[in-house]
Design a protein around this ligand. Structure first.
Ligand SMILES: O=C(O)CCC(=O)C(=O)O
Ligand SMILES: [Mn+2]
Length: 211
């Protein structure tokens, strides 16, 4: 069984940073997972998850997503014109979910994983507001591996942006009106350095409506 050694950690005492001053609530817990624990999760997830290269529909055309994905949960998840079939949570994800449920005060029932293989992989501007999600529901996003830029922009004023670097072990919790008023993205890195950028895994824990 692939579980990760649990280490004592004092995250409960760490204060998060509030990233949005208006119309939303996005809390960043830097180093939510300490280095050794984050290293273990990264290597186990990279090697044991069945990563898929899935198509999405963009302006009526099917294209491959610029990253690999996997989805675990209690029901199908629909986004960008595709239906993600749910796989049952393996022990390693249940272990992570327990820690993230605790800090966020939410019982998540689904998790979407992204593997950014290098700096060419990315996720474009979007809000996590699919109809499978309860409106205003909490999203908890854990980053492992390479540090990448994460940018918010206001939906009604694209020049109003807030940017942070998300690093190994960081946890970002998005709540309240965040998805209604803001979009987010993880852009590509510069072309020259892209092939040298190491892999990054992001896990977004979600609450989906079960029919
Ligand atoms: O990789 C990230 O930090 C964000 C991923 C994301 O926004 C998503 O999966 O909806
Ligand atoms: Mn998102």
């Amino acid at each position: 069984m692939t579980t990760v050694k649990t280490l004592e950690h004092d995250w409960v005492n760490k204060l998060p940073e509030q990233l949005l001053s208006t119309d939303g609530d996005a809390l960043l817990y830097q180093e939510f997972l300490e280095q050794e624990k984050a290293d273990n999760y990264l290597s186990v997830l990279k090697d044991t998850i069945l990563w898929k290269h899935q198509p999405i529909k963009l302006f009526g055309k099917e294209i491959l997503q610029p990253r690999l994905t996997a989805y675990f949960g209690e029901g199908q998840y629909h986004y960008s014109g595709i239906a993600m079939e749910a796989q049952i949570f393996p022990p390693i994800l249940l272990e992570l979910k327990a820690q993230i449920d605790k800090v966020s005060g939410v019982q998540f029932n689904a998790v979407l994983l992204n593997l950014y293989r290098d700096g060419n992989d990315n996720i474009g501007w979007h809000s996590d507001d699919e109809s499978d999600l309860a409106e205003g529901s909490v999203i908890a996003s854990l980053s492992l591996g390479e540090t990448r830029r994460f940018i918010f922009r206001r939906r009604d004023n694209h020049s109003c942006r807030i940017e942070r670097k998300l690093s190994h072990g960081d946890l970002l919790i998005m709540r309240d009106q965040t998805q209604k008023f803001w979009q987010h993205q993880v852009p590509k890195t510069g072309k020259k350095i892209a092939p040298k950028i190491q892999p990054r895994i992001n896990l977004t824990f979600r609450v989906i409506n079960i029919n």
